[in-house]
Ligand binder design. Structure first.
Ligand code: NAD
Ligand code: MN
Length: 358
């Protein structure tokens, strides 16, 4: 029997709560399937580790997880440590060297969940946002000089490479082609950003020629926020830069009912390195330790992990279990207006996995 080796990195805050729940669910899915097993190694990296060792993960941390089949990640972010230290020291320290350049963020209004958009009941909002995850505005290029003096200056340079833009466009057109509507929106800001975004647009046109069966359009990012709210049914697959997609996907998560539901996959499509799956939310300092974090975003992320591992039946079964549970308001956590606790949702999903007759 195939055993998948999973590296679990809960991180900080509610990251630990939801990843522990995710590991339980994963074990249940494997048991129900019977065709594969999962072996989970847990790595206690993050804020507490930083306080002890002065860094977010050990120096050889990546070597410890390089040969795992996938990574389940919680959140990097600790109340006592600056956010740029936790983010660059852990999450980006894995994403960037492992070349997880395609960040995929599906958004749907799950059964039982209410969108803040009053005209949306479900089918009108079914998107996948593809975020460029290796360069652009978050390339880390820049500097700061003369700190504290009136001459102080700082730059964050958005760096786009032809290779980087081509590969994310190809990935996004390919993903759009695999979905029923074969419809892609390329988000840009080439009116104001007249160098890299103009190249981005040109490369979109070039790559589009390889995908004649995909219908596509181009949209400025500011106008895109309006379209997401006013005409959500006109959108299917979306590709955007690191910064633009970061913002648009939080909006998407909110429009789908809660940040606590939204999943994401950081993919290295060539499989030279393990890919990483995580809820899109952060450490949620305001609710950490209370046992009320919504674990659905993590469970949906494990669905994406199972798809990536090549276990579509198990992935489908888990997604069906998740939707059965969200449909029942007794299992809504406070972010969804309910009173359920993380463990209630977890137990309900595990029961639904075992009861699933697909
Ligand atoms: P956040 O996602 O942690 O929280 C935003 C709001 O959403 C909070 O009110 C929170 O309670 C709520 N929320 C988020 N997830 C929830 C869940 N699963 N269930 C119920 N409610 C949920 O964003 P923030 O407050 O801006 O950031 C807090 C910390 O997390 C910061 O240190 C930030 O840098 C970090 N962060 C990390 C990641 C990551 O590692 N991928 C992502 C975002 C934020
Ligand atoms: Mn974000």
């Amino acid at each position: 029997m195939k055993t998948y080796r999973i590296a679990a990195i809960p991180g900080d805050g509610i990251g630990t709560e939801v990843v522990d729940a995710g590991v339980e669910v994963l074990a249940a899915v494997a048991k129900r399937d019977g065709g594969f097993a999962v072996a989970v190694d847990r790595f206690d990296w993050g804020g507490a580790y930083y306080k002890k060792h002065g860094r977010m993960m050990p120096e050889n941390g990546r070597d410890l997880i390089r040969r795992h089949d996938a990574i389940l990640f919680g959140s990097a972010g600790h109340p006592d440590i600056p956010d740029h230290v936790t983010l660059w020291g852990l999450r980006l320290a894995i994403c960037q060297p492992f070349d997880q350049y395609a960040n995929v963020r599906p958004t749907r209004v799950l059964p039982g969940i209410t969108s803040p958009l009053r005209h949306v009941n479900g089918g009108e909002l079914d998107w996948v946002i593809v975020r460029e995850n290796s360069e652009g505005e978050y390339a880390g290029v820049g500097g700061r000089v003369h700190q504290g003096s009136p001459l102080e200056a700082a730059t964050d340079v958005a760096m786009f490479t032809r290779a980087g833009v081509e590969r994310i466009m190809r990935f996004a057109f390919g993903l759009a082609r695999s979905r029923p509507r074969k419809l892609l929106t390329v988000v840009t800001k080439s009116n104001a950003q007249r160098h890299a975004m103009v190249m981005w647009d040109e490369i979109a046109v070039q790559v589009a020629a390889e995908f004649p069966d995909v219908e596509w359009d181009k949209m400025l990012v500011d106008a895109m926020t309006m379209r997401m709210v006013i005409r959500p049914q006109t959108i299917d697959t979306v590709v955007a830069t690191n910064l633009h997609a970061d913002i648009l996907s939080d909006l998407a998560a909110a429009l789908a009912g809660s940040l606590g539901i939204a999943p994401t996959a950081n993919l290295n499509p060539e499989r030279a390195f393990p890919s990483m799956f995580e809820p899109i939310h952060g450490s949620a300092f305001d609710i950490m330790g209370k046992g009320i974090a919504n674990p659905i975003g993590t469970f949906w992320s494990t669905v994406m992990m199972l798809e990536h591992l090549g276990e579509p039946a198990a992935a489908g079964r888990l997604m069906q279990a998740i939707e059965k549970v969200t449909a029942d308001p007794r299992f809504h956590t406070p972010d969804l207006g309910g009173a359920a606790r993380t463990t209630d949702v977890t137990v309900a999903v595990i029961d639904a996995v075992h009861g699933a007759n697909v």
